[in-house]
Design a protein around this ligand. Structure first.
Ligand code: HEM
Ligand code: NAG
Length: 335
């Protein structure tokens, strides 16, 4: 006798499978989790738009790549990667732009505006400023010869900023190794992440105000080969006098300032790191772990590139639990 409404064993098994697949699909769409295909359906050209604008910007001036990369770092260290660093001061909101490590120092806001304008033209109201920065930072690295990595996206833009957190959580060049490592640990990043990420200083420049203490301080003490380091030191002193010239800039990797390579680590091995905080990774008495990483990333550029990529994804994964919105203009919260 036929039993049309009876479920056979295979049918039951099949429905169980469907249920399981459905539940894992729901899991994969957890809004707090970033993914590489977040804009696949809503804005498939997002990455192309960012890339094109970054090409223009970096072609005009390679320093722009450094500026964007640093913006992403300073964004992620305050409330998570939520575009808070991009907010302007208004009557109702105190931004982070006047924080000690940001004021007169952060650049690239105009580039962000331009990318955002193009994103809004292509897919209005879809791509967040926080994701824009994460993608643009990756492109910045690639455009100067550094590694490529897939950028997980799906961040939200904050409706607030924190000047206080920007002042306390962003490391300063005067701080010692232990303090800086603990600031990274507080963000869920290890000492290994810290050394690799500081390798970002292989591009970009520092203002005299950030390295004056170092060149009139223990530079000569750490520098190993006098014949090559003394001429470099006198050039630095020329550009950065004891008095004045605070905003004069010098590259942190004076070998290849516009190339994302591992030459920054060579400056540390030679004892000629420009920032005190960078040199400490190699020369500090408590830096046994970090100094061997510096040696490793100098000896093995592939190891540096791989760790840098992994650590960038990890840093980019610091989220703001408050959630947020898709800002229309990166400088202002939506009204
Ligand atoms: C480890 C702790 C760090 C300290 C103490 C530090 C400190 C600094 C300082 C003092 C400057 C020069 C700013 C100025 O004088 O105007 C600078 C520039 C820069 N930093 Fe860091 N930084 C750190 C980590 C990072 C990380 C993790 C990244 C990115 C992944 C990064 C990317 C950059 C870039 C690209 C520049 C050059 C910016 C430009 O040329 O406009 N830094 N950093
Ligand atoms: C990103 O963060 C989530 C939790 O918010 C975690 O499950 C995931 O493993 C993290 N991914 C990386 C690459 O750190």
């Amino acid at each position: 006798m036929a039993c049309y409404l009876c479920f056979s064993k295979p049918v039951l098994l099949f429905s169980a499978l469907v249920l399981w697949a459905f539940s894992t699909l729901l899991e994969a769409q957890d809004p707090s989790q970033l993914s590489s295909d977040y804009y696949l359906k809503t804005c498939p050209i997002a990455e192309q738009i960012v890339r094109k604008q970054m090409e223009y910007a970096v072609q005009a001036d390679p320093r722009n790549a450094a500026a964007i990369l640093r913006l992403h770092f300073h964004d992620c260290f305050v409330q998570g990667c939520d575009g808070s660093v991009l907010l302007d001061d208004t009557v109702t909101l105190i931004g982070e732009k006047k924080a000690e490590q940001n004021v007169k120092s952060l650049k690239g806001f105009d580039i962000v505006d331009k990318i955002k304008t193009n994103l809004e033209a292509g897919c209005p109201g879809i791509v967040t400023c926080a994701d824009l920065l994460a993608i643009a930072a990756r492109d910045a690295v690639v455009l100067l010869g550094g590694p490529y990595w897939d950028v997980p996206v799906g961040r939200k833009d904050s409706k607030t900023a924190s000047l206080d957190q920007a002042n306390t959580d962003i490391p300063t060049p005067q701080q010692g190794l232990v303090t800086i490592i603990s600031k990274f640990l507080a963000k869920g990043l290890s000492a290994t992440d810290m050394v690799a990420l500081a390798g970002a200083h292989t591009i970009g420049v520092s203002r005299c105000a950030s390295f004056r203490d170092r060149i009139y301080g223990d530079f000569e003490l750490t520098a190993k080969d006098e014949a090559s380091s003394l001429p470099y030191l006198s050039k630095l002193k020329e550009d950065c006098p004891l008095d004045g010239g605070d905003d004069n800039v010098s590259p942190m990797d004076h070998f290849t300032p516009n190339l994302f390579d591992n030459a920054f680590f060579e400056t540390l091995l030679k004892g000629t790191g420009l920032l005190n905080s960078d040199q400490e990774m190699y020369s500090s008495l408590v830096g046994f772990e970090t100094s061997s990483l510096v040696e490793k990333y100098w000896a093995d550029p592939v190891a540096f590139f791989n760790q840098f990529s992994d650590s960038m994804v990890k840093m980019g994964n610091i989220t703001n639990p408050e959630g947020g919105e898709v800002r229309k203009n990166c400088r202002f919260v939506n009204t």
